[in-house]
Design a protein around this ligand. Sequence first.
Ligand code: RFL
Ligand code: PHB
Length: 396
Amino acid sequence: MNLKTQVGIIGAGPAGLLLSRILHNHGIENIILENRNESYLRQRLRAGVMEQGTVETFMEAGVGEKLAKGKMVHEGIYIHAKGIQNRLDVKELSGGKEVTVYGQKNITNDMIDHAQKDEIQIVWEAKAQRLEHIDDDGESAIIHYSLHGKMYTLECDFIAGCDGFHGISRPSLPITQKNIYSYEFPYSWYGILAEAPPIAHEVIYAHHPDGFALQSMRGPELSRLYIQCPNGTDPGAYEDEWLWDELDKRLGVTNNRGNIISKGVAPMRSFVCDVMQHGKLFIAGDAAHIVPPTGAKGMNLAVADVKVLSKGLIHHYKDKDDDILNRYTEICLRRIWKVERFSWWVTTTFHVDENQDEFTTKMQEATISYMLDSQIGGQSFAENYVGLPILWNEKK
Ligand code: RFL
Ligand code: PHB
C-alpha cells in the first residue's frame, strides 16, 4: 500500500517506537515501517538497565504503567575484583539518583501494545529499500519499501531513521569514511538467561584474570549472566556445567543454578557517525552509534536521541521553530561522545585481553581501586552510570 504521513519512521526498536509514541501524544501523525514480523520484535532479548532519565521519559510518554509495577530499582552495583566483593553506592555518590532494571523486551512489548490500542500504524515486514527527496528540495520525502514481494511508497515531511546499525538510513546520508569512527574490541560477550533467582539483588561487575563476568537479572526468578569469550565463539560452545562453574569463579559467588533458556554471543564495538541529519532525514539510536554493552548504555543513548528529535519535531510543527532540529546532530553528539568514552572505559577496565601484559592488569586494578577508594573516583563513575544530562544550549 502507498501511504502518506507527517513523519515516516523506519524501525520499531526502542528508538522508533518511543519517537512514534511521543509524536502521537503531540498530535503529529506518523507511521512505522518495520522489517521484521511482530512476534520476532516481541521476543527479542537485549538491554536491561535503564538510566533514571530513560525511565522518566517512558513514564512521561504514557507507556510506563507496567514499568512502574515491574521495575527493579538499583541503588548501587557490586564490583568483584582481586577476590573481594565491593559495593559502590551509586545513589549516594550521584546525589540521589538510581538505575532501573526492566527488560528492553518488556518495554518494547508495552510500546507495541500502546501503539495498537491507539491505532498507530506499524507496518510489519516492511523493509525500507531506498530514500528519495531527502534534500530540502520542496518535495515530500519518499521511503520506498518492500512488503510481501511488492514495492510501495511512504510519502512524508520527515524521515526518522531508527533502523539500527544495519539499516539503510545512515548509508543514505551524504557521508564519507571521515564521518565514521569505529573500534572493534578483541573479545565478545557470551550471555545466558536462566530460570534461577539472581544471587545478588544488584548487578555484579567482575574483573578476573580469566576474563570479565557480569550478573544481572530480568525478574526475581530470572538471572541474566554474561562472561567474556573470544571473538567468533559459537553459542553452542559452552556446556551448562562449565558456564556455571566459570560464572561462580569469576563473580565470586555461588549462583543459583537453573534451566538455561537462552544462549547468545554478542561482539563488542564502538561506533559513531558524526553526521546524524541531512535535509529531511534524521537518524537516531544504533543507526548512528554503537557502544560495547559494558555500562549498559545502548538503549539509553537511543532514548536520549529520541528526546532531542521529538522536541525538535514538536517545535517545528507547533511553533514553526527549527532551532533544535537544525542543531540535532550537535546536541546529540555532545552527549554521545561522553557516553562512548564511559562505555569504552568500563569495557577496557574490566576485560582481559588474551595477550595482556602485567602492567595493563595493574592499571586496571588501580582504576578499580580508585573508583572504590576515592569519593571523586566513585562519583565520576556514578554520574555516568545514572545518566548524563542532555545539554540543549549552544556550546559556549
Ligand atoms: P534496534 O533495537 O536495533 O531497532 C532497529 C529496528 O530497525 C529495523 N530495521 C528496519 N526496518 C525497516 N526497514 C529496514 N531497512 C530496516 N533495517 C532495520 C530492525 O528490524 C529493528 O527492529 O535499534 P534502536 O531502536 O536504536 O535501539 C538500540 C538498542 O536496541 C540497543 O542499543 C541496546 O539493545 C544495547 N544494549 C543495552 N542497552 C542499554 O541501554 N542497556 C543495557 O543493559 C544493554 N544491554 C545491549 C545490552 C545490547 C546487547 N546486544 C545483543 C548487542 C546487552 C546486549 C547483549
Ligand atoms: C543486562 O542486564 O543485560 C546488563 C546489565 C549491565 C550491563 C550490561 C547489560 O552493564
